[in-house]
Design a protein around this ligand. Structure first.
Ligand code: URA
Length: 240
């Protein structure tokens, strides 16, 4: 791919901005040092370069994991809190990265983001049954009756069909780990309320077979690896 086009595909600016970056000697490529010809051709797979000393690697698509902090909204146009997109570099925003399903502003934990519409659809479509696992801190001790209700299914106001937790396990007196397959608005909070308790804090731990990496601090993000995408049922090789 042509050098200026390659930088543009990574969200690093318009074609002319990328051309100027190259011509002004701001971009180095591996062992080659500065490359000042925007028409240079490169193989994209595994292609690494630096802009003003900051390293980049070519990525065909964006697949990232974030540990969502509390008091951030999953919207590009937030109401009350800052947007989670403010935690990402501008080149990812320019690439049109979206959250793979939203978490409430006070919910923390595993959030996936991508610019691949098919990937997002594969995880959020109501026709797919992707399990999402949450850790719930409840206001009151969780008793067996409440656990039983969550497992048997509770009826919510917007649907006469009961919705059940596919798995529900008490971790301590007030903490439950529960999995759901749907992605409806405030689903876990409403289910817990319908069982006779109240969510004080909610943290997403896993989506499908992929767990929130323990090394990821709140607010931090990183690229997903090919093996991690497989755990999410997605077969795409990323340049890792
Ligand atoms: N269920 C909720 O109630 N809130 C979330 O953020 C996610 C699932």
């Amino acid at each position: 791919m042509r050098f200026d086009q390659l930088l543009q595909s990574q969200g690093l600016g318009s074609r002319s901005e990328c051309r100027r970056m190259i011509e002004y000697g701001r971009v180095t490529v591996g062992d080659m040092g500065f490359v000042r010809d925007p028409r240079s051709e490169f193989h994209v797979d595994g292609f690494r370069f630096s802009i003003d000393g900051c390293e980049h690697e070519f990525r065909r698509q964006v697949y990232i994991v974030m540990n969502k902090p509390a008091a951030y909204e999953c919207s590009h146009r937030p109401d009350r809190y800052p947007s989670i997109f403010a935690l990402l570099p501008p080149e990812l925003i320019r690439r049109g990265v979206q959250a793979v399903g939203r978490l409430d502003s006070d919910t923390t934990g595993l959030l996936l983001l991508s610019d691949d519409g098919q990937f997002i659809h594969s995880l959020t479509s109501p026709n797919r049954t992707v399990t999402k696992c949450y850790e719930v801190l409840a206001r009151h001790p969780v008793d067996d009756v409440q656990l039983g209700k969550l497992e048997a299914g509770v009826v919510l106001r917007d649907d006469p069909e009961p919705v059940r937790a596919t798995q529900c396990e008490r971790v301590s007196e007030n903490v439950v780990r529960m999995s759901v397959t749907e992605g409806r608005y405030h689903l876990v909070k409403r289910m817990v309320a319908a069982s006779g308790n109240r969510v004080e804090h909610l943290r997403r731990l896993a989506i499908g077979g992929f767990e929130l990496p323990s090394s990821l601090a709140p607010g931090a993000w990183r690229w997903l690896e090919t093996a991690e995408l497989k755990l999410l049922g997605w077969n795409a090789a990323v340049e890792d």
